[in-house]
Design a protein around this ligand. Structure first.
Ligand SMILES: Nc1ncnc2c1ncn2[C@@H]1O[C@H](COP(=O)(O)OP(=O)(O)OP(=O)(O)O)[C@@H](O)[C@H]1O
Ligand SMILES: [Mg+2]
Length: 473
């Protein structure tokens, strides 16, 4: 038994009127490190299971003066967690079937061998251990995939309300907008999980990650031999895979115009065709699309189809930048500390006042993702106890050190106007956007003084309107 590594000593109760059986089982099991108690009558047995819990109960089904099957019922009710193994005389098969139906874990005929008894106990305990492990794993998976949109600020409450509204219309297309790292994918998952489609799959695809033809094949699937390199037997696309559920089209702004036309067709007809196919297949999916671009502006410069924009723009959820819900920073920090600390198996208890102050003062241009990365960094550095300022990454010029910075460093030009003046106005607008209009920080990043920056804001008439982080090629 010891090799089962069962937490604590396994506890067994033997209910049998024959002393020889009781003592025989006791000796046999105790030798294996099992804690054994015995009861010589039905009443004694029931009293014991009501008093304390057992892992396994051996029950003689032919106890004098007691109906074995109703005894089984009482034991199961008294100690629902225990496995009941029936001990029975030779040839009482009818009883056996009924006993299994009423929840007995196994039946052993008398006389029994010690091997048989030990095998049964071992199996019962192993099954239990597997069940415990499964429950533990399921809890972890639930934790890891938890779609909890943390936050109590008015801005995030508005998002929550919006999610509930769109969740109630499970076929309506939804467009989620917001800067990078604000939680758009999480919002998409929340919409799925709160909708009537939650029992169906949630399938996400990043439209920027694949070439046009691969994306097309991935979305719609293809017929056998549709193109060179295609699988012989053809393949289902994500519209088919997501049937009954939600299809999340991430970074929809990056989709090529010709594919935009095909997507528009699906939204209009509610059906699609595999690549190389002629048959219309019904599309039973809700489309949730997301973008960190200004689609309206892209429509204006001819980079995004206007008709598709209106099809997508039926219901929108805008996820505000973290700077507009700074009140949520402490709550989110604790949430991530708890989540990441547990994943790393570290005992981290919280943040020092200085650390929390630093987190609250920072402007988070990379939004919630940047905050999560900062907490992960701190969790790695901090050995145990409280996260202090020194465990946090260096925040420089309003921008966190690290990969996010590289991503944001690329300046993309407007195809229509390539004058230096146009480029400068875009650059100034973008840095202002990233620093949440912190004039000192923006001036430092641009390498000019505050007065010059004010002059440029006036010159380019930038005003204090929110801008998108990226400018389109
Ligand atoms: N309100 C929130 N509560 C808890 N976790 C959040 C919240 N918002 C974002 N996150 C977490 O922050 C990370 C970034 O979120 P997500 O990937 O949804 O952002 P995104 O807007 O899709 O970013 P991108 O535009 O870069 O794809 C994820 O780990 C997500 O779980
Ligand atoms: Mg995303």
């Amino acid at each position: 038994m010891k090799n089962l590594s069962f937490p604590g000593l396994p506890r067994v109760l033997v209910v049998d009127d024959e002393e020889g059986v009781r003592e025989g089982l006791r000796t046999m099991l105790q030798r294996e490190g099992v804690h054994v108690e015995t009861a010589g009558s039905a009443e004694d047995g029931v009293r014991r299971v009501e008093d304390r819990s057992y892992d396994v109960v051996f029950l003689d089904i032919n106890l004098p003066g007691a109906d074995g099957l109703s005894m089984l019922g009482k034991l199961r009710r008294g100690s629902p967690a225990a496995d009941v193994v029936i001990l029975t005389g030779y040839g009482t098969v009818a009883n056996t079937v009924e006993a299994m139906r009423k929840g007995a874990s196994d039946v052993i005929e008398k006389p029994f061998s010690s091997d048989r008894i030990l095998a049964v106990v071992r199996r019962v305990l192993e099954t239990r251990q597997l069940k415990n492990e499964l429950t533990w794993l399921q809890d972890r998976v639930r934790e890891l995939t938890a779609t909890e949109l943390v936050g109590l600020s008015p801005a995030i409450r508005e998002v929550q309300t919006r999610i509930d509204q769109v969740a109630h219309a499970p076929d309506t297309t939804v467009l989620i907008t917001g800067q990078s790292g604000t939680g758009k994918e999480l919002v998409a998952r929340c919409i799925h999980e709160r909708s009537a489609r939650r029992h169906g799959p949630f399938v996400a695809i990043n439209c920027a990650a694949l070439t046009e033809s691969l994306l097309e094949a991935e979305l719609f699937g293809y017929e056998p031999g549709a193109f060179t390199g295609a699988q012989k037997e053809g393949k289902d696309g994500l519209f088919a895979v997501a049937a009954g559920g939600t299809l999340f089209l991430d970074e929809i702004g990056e989709m090529e115009p010709s594919l935009q036309a095909k997507l528009l067709r699906v939204l209009q007809e509610r059906s699609f065709r595999r690549v190389g196919g002629v048959q219309d297949i019904p599309a039973d999916v809700r489309i949730v699309a997301s973008t960190n671009r200004d689609l309206r502006q892209m429509v204006q410069i001819g980079r995004f189809r206007e008709d598709l924009f209106y099809r997508l723009n039926v219901m929108t959820v805008h996820v505000p930048p973290l700077a507009e819900r700074a009140a949520d920073v402490p709550l989110l920090s604790h949430f991530f500390l708890d989540q990441i600390g547990r994943q790393m198996g570290k005992a981290l208890s919280g943040f020092t006042e200085e650390a929390m102050e630093t987190l609250c003062e920072y402007s988070w241009p990379g939004n919630v993702r940047e905050l999560r990365n900062a907490i992960e960094h701190a969790c790695i550095i901090c050995p145990s106890g409280m996260i202090d300022e020194i465990h946090l990454p260096k925040f420089t010029g309003g921008i966190l050190d690290g990969s996010d910075q590289i991503e944001r460093a690329a300046v993309v030009l407007d195809a229509q106007d390539r004058s230096i003046r146009a480029l400068e106005s875009q650059l100034v607008a973008r840095v202002l956007d990233e620093t949440q209009w912190n004039i000192s920080k923006a001036a430092a990043i641009l390498g000019i003084n505050r007065t010059t920056l004010y002059n440029k804001i006036r010159l380019y008439d930038l005003g204090k309107r929110p801008m998108r982080a990226k400018v389109i090629v």
